[in-house]
Ligand binder design. Structure first.
Ligand code: WTA
Length: 633
């Protein structure tokens, strides 16, 4: 793409960055991948990864959309993340540098991390956890969370990590749905100087969950917690027993065997369990990290997400280790005790690459430049953004104040379902603030209308993905029909994947993601479903019916507004509205708490009884409510 032809506000990479990047010429690599997709991925899979047994075929699309990658190969992602590094000098390199909110620090070399993972794998094996079992993990952002995930993968069990910001009901439904037999948790997590009492919340769920046989609890905050004898065990006690043998075999898995499930919100009903595999997910997540963030041996990589979401799974836990990189992990809030916390740590640990969400950037931007300006941020060479569209103002602040106008910003669009970056620049690609640029090599992206025809430049349409990729989800756990229905039925004739986002494509083919087209709300980058929040509200005795919408917010992207119809007998009041907010906090978790509640007598519905959230949104924002012909009354 020649420079002259590009439109709009364009930031070109410096020649030094282009020359030193893993992929200096995006177009050439994209063309190669497009010409022969299986050949392209087969070559990468052979060069950069170790397999116990090679594949018979790279891609099997005979039963699409149930695609298979690296058919009949044997592998374990942990073999590539840890085991193989024990034979090289990487074993003495820092795998993980951790800082707690209170300032405590820990560093694990690859060798030390492997030692812990082996011991913990032996512990859970001795509890009867084996290949195919489900284990729920509910913890704060601490190294043991990573150790627990890796130990599960090592023994072939699927982990299901539930984000520590969720509460009892959310945890319970995810334990029940997955039939987990083991829960790994911690006593508490530090956040903004306070303790989130995770074990208490977990007890509320485990007491009611039918399947949990054992609970393992890491001591983090050290406050008094209730441990049920026979069921609950301290992590440190188990790790001191002879059963915690450091001599642990890594289970030989089929490339297509499940690695984990991760619940995420969808349009209707209960959360969906997205299923990822050992082989394809490993190849895709590690390659995207290496190319997009240009990982070099000397980098200190900081993905500031939470391991409880896909960003943390792919880019804190698995892909940095597979690449033999050094990762940094921070437990707490960016503003604790002051809004300079992050910048202080960038200076202290000489972070070279920082990857975070627009909401965090906007939140820190509010405090002004003087906080970051007090620190030496010159170690940074690349920046990243994920989770929601980044507004050009935040992009430019991030670029100028944090990146000193020398760090390209990788705005990565992807989803829990996609497993890895899908629309993303590489360091060698010209950038436009607010656009995630183009599909990763081999990823065919388009923006189309109802019929599937490409829309004109700068017109809004459905984002679609026209080609399979190795890290794609394989199915929804125990719900293959819903997998086909939600993602592959809208453009079934063409065989395209529907992410559920709307977007525009400009004259240069750059993609501008606008937002969700379904009832998913992104609050501070966290993905929440209206259905789950509504059912939390309706579980309160005063509420008969409710509807939840997202309302744009300058810092958080969206905030939650709930409309509730009360039951006969309940009286509307300020204090009831406050009680309902708190109720959602207890049931679902603080992140799902509505910022506003309006108590109403009726809700706009279609004649078939479906709530018209579009009308509520338009009303709230003082916009034209549009076509009301389907409204019941
Ligand atoms: C949104 C997060 C614009 C999008 C990795 C997507 C983005 C949803 C971006 C998936 C981005 C993520 N620009 N929008 N760079 N990244 N999104 O599953 O709506 O938590 O469908 O995965 O986040 O959210 P999820």
């Amino acid at each position: 793409m020649s420079d002259q032809k590009m439109t709009g506000d364009v930031y070109y990479p410096s020649p030094e960055i282009v020359q030193s990047a893993h992929i200096p010429d995006f177009d050439a690599v994209h063309a190669e991948a497009t010409a022969d997709l299986p050949g392209f991925w087969g070559k990468i899979a052979s060069a950069d990864f170790e397999w116990y047994k090679p594949w018979r075929k790279v891609l099997d699309d005979s039963n699409a959309p149930f695609y298979k990658w690296f058919v009949d190969a044997k592998v374990n992602i942990v073999h590539n993340a840890l085991d193989r590094h024990m034979r090289t000098a990487t074993r003495n390199k820092a795998a993980l540098i951790f800082e707690g909110e209170k300032g405590d620090t820990r560093t694990y070399t690859y060798q030390q991390l492997n030692h812990e993972v082996c011991k913990f794998a032996s512990v859970i094996r001795s509890m009867g956890v084996s290949k195919g079992d489900r284990v729920t993990i509910y913890m704060g952002r601490i190294p043991e969370l990573m150790i627990a995930m890796l130990a599960c993968a090592k023994v072939g069990a699927m982990h299901s990590v539930v984000y520590g910001g969720f509460s009892t009901e959310a945890l319970l439904s995810r334990i029940d749905d997955s039939d987990s037999k083991l829960l790994i948790t911690c006593d508490g997590a530090w956040l903004r100087g306070k303790i989130i009492k995770l074990k208490d919340i977990a007890n509320g769920a485990v007491d009611r969950a039918g399947t949990i046989q054992n609970v393992i609890c890491v001591k983090r905050t050290g406050h008094e917690v209730e441990m049920v004898p026979g069921r609950d065990h301290w992590y440190h006690d188990l790790m001191a027993l002879p059963i915690a043998s450091a001599d642990a075999e890594t289970e030989v898995m089929d490339a297509e065997d499940p690695l984990f499930i991760l619940y995420t919100s969808g349009t209707t009903g209960r959360p969906k369990a997205i299923l990822h595999t050992h082989g394809g997910y490993m190849v895709g997540s590690a390659t995207t990290l290496k190319w997009v963030f240009d990982i070099k041996p000397e980098d200190v990589w900081w993905c500031a997400a939470d391991p409880g979401w896909i960003t943390g799974h792919s880019y804190i836990v698995y892909s940095p280790l597979v690449n033999g990189a050094t990762s940094f992990m921070y437990e707490g809030a960016p503003t604790f005790p002051y809004p300079d916390r992050w910048w202080k740590m960038v200076e202290k640990y000489k972070i070279t690459i920082l990857y975070t969400a627009p909401t965090a950037i906007r939140g820190l931007m509010r405090f002004g430049e003087s906080w970051p300006n007090r620190y030496d941020l010159s170690s940074l060479r690349l920046l990243g953004s994920v989770g929601e569209p980044i507004n050009p103002e935040a992009w430019k602040w991030y670029h100028r104040v944090i990146g000193a106008e020398k760090c390209p910003i990788m705005d990565t669009w992807w989803q829990t379902e996609t497993g890895n970056f899908m629309i993303t620049p590489l360091p060698s690609v010209p950038l436009k603030p607010g656009s995630a640029t183009r599909g990763f090599p081999g990823v065919q992206i388009d923006v189309v209308d109802e019929e599937g025809d490409p829309v004109a430049a700068n017109e809004e349409g459905f984002l679609v993905i026209k080609s399979p990729w190795p890290a794609m989800m394989r199915t929804l756990y125990q719900d293959p029909d819903r997998y086909v229905d939600v993602y592959w039925s809208r453009f079934s004739e063409q065989g395209w994947y529907l992410p559920g986002d709307s977007a525009k494509k400009d004259e240069d083919g750059y993609i501008w993601v606008i937002g969700r087209i379904d009832d998913v709300i992104k609050v501070s980058g966290y993905r929440l479903g209206t259905a789950e929040i509504e059912s939390a509200l309706v579980s309160h005795p005063a509420v008969a019916e409710s509807a939840v919408i997202g309302v744009p917010d300058e810092v958080r992207g969206n905030i939650i507004k709930a409309y509730c119809i009360l039951n006969a007998g309940a009286t509307a009041s300020e204090s009831l509205a406050e009680e309902l907010k708190a109720h959602v906090g207890t049931e679902m978790g603080p992140i799902a708490k509505p910022s506003m509640i309006e108590l109403v007598d009726s809700l706009p519905k279609t004649r078939s009884g479906k709530i018209m959230r579009r009308v509520l949104r338009a009303q709230t924002m003082g916009q034209d409510v549009g076509d009301l012909s389907t409204l019941a009354d």
